[in-house]
Design a protein around this ligand. Sequence first.
Ligand SMILES: Nc1ncnc2c1ncn2[C@@H]1O[C@H](COP(=O)(O)OP(=O)(O)OP(=O)(O)O)[C@@H](O)[C@H]1O
Length: 259
Amino acid sequence: MSKSITAEDLNVYYGDFRAVADVNIEIAPRSVTAFIGPSGCGKTTFLRSLNRMHEEVPGARVKGDLYLDDDNIYAPGVDPVTVRSMVGMVFQRPNPFPTMSVRENVLAGHKLNGTRMSKSEADDIVEKALRGANLFNEVKDRMDRPGSGLSGGQQQRLCIARTVAVEPDVILMDEPCSALDPISTLAIEDLIADLKEDYTVVIVTHNMQQAARVSEKTAFFNIAGVGEPGKMVEYDQTSVIFNNPSNEQTERYVAGKFG
Ligand SMILES: Nc1ncnc2c1ncn2[C@@H]1O[C@H](COP(=O)(O)OP(=O)(O)OP(=O)(O)O)[C@@H](O)[C@H]1O
């Protein structure tokens, strides 16, 4: 559980268009890293390359190497489905399976993987995952009701429970709070602090206060202009990025001067 992520000269393409260029980054296990930067600089694209979700887009591809600990997830013969079971993802909009109950949603990943288990094993997994997502107490009396009947913030925590239920090494979050109210946002931010005890967490956020609150390290991405690739401009301790960045572009961005 919890692995480091190392990208070496990673380039991400949509067909001929290079959306992200030459990223080199090392992300420590059991940490929270935020990706920030203006719209279109490639944060989501790079995030999705970390679990090979990117290649779901026809024509999309990656050049370079990406390691989970010492294993290159882009090596020939590596099954992207296996990679995605090790590197879970939480999306912008909570997306529980609408026809499934709370319990079935939590077990969805195991069902997809064809894991066989007894009812009591399943009960344990459900309770542990819901506790891990700070949701158990709120849903323990409605396990068999539809997941889509929960509030937006509860649905997002249900999606996090679904992700942690399969015990990944890494959890990627793509603006996980952008559809949530401030109270639900705080609940997710608290949860992120807990998740880093067990997982490597990477979060894309437009909210700089959120990046400052939840992450230990921050990567600032930028883009030189339309049609140009996004690049990682600076990567450092979050406090350095926000208070004493070494790059002038970072300084202007965190000061709110563009983006
Ligand atoms: N499916 C796609 N097909 C082609 N180009 C795409 C696709 N998705 C994104 N792009 C392009 O890749 C570049 C990076 O987009 P991406 O969504 O990764 O940026 P971002 O920094 O996450 O932006 P935002 O903050 O607005 O979400 C943009 O030029 C975008 O238009």
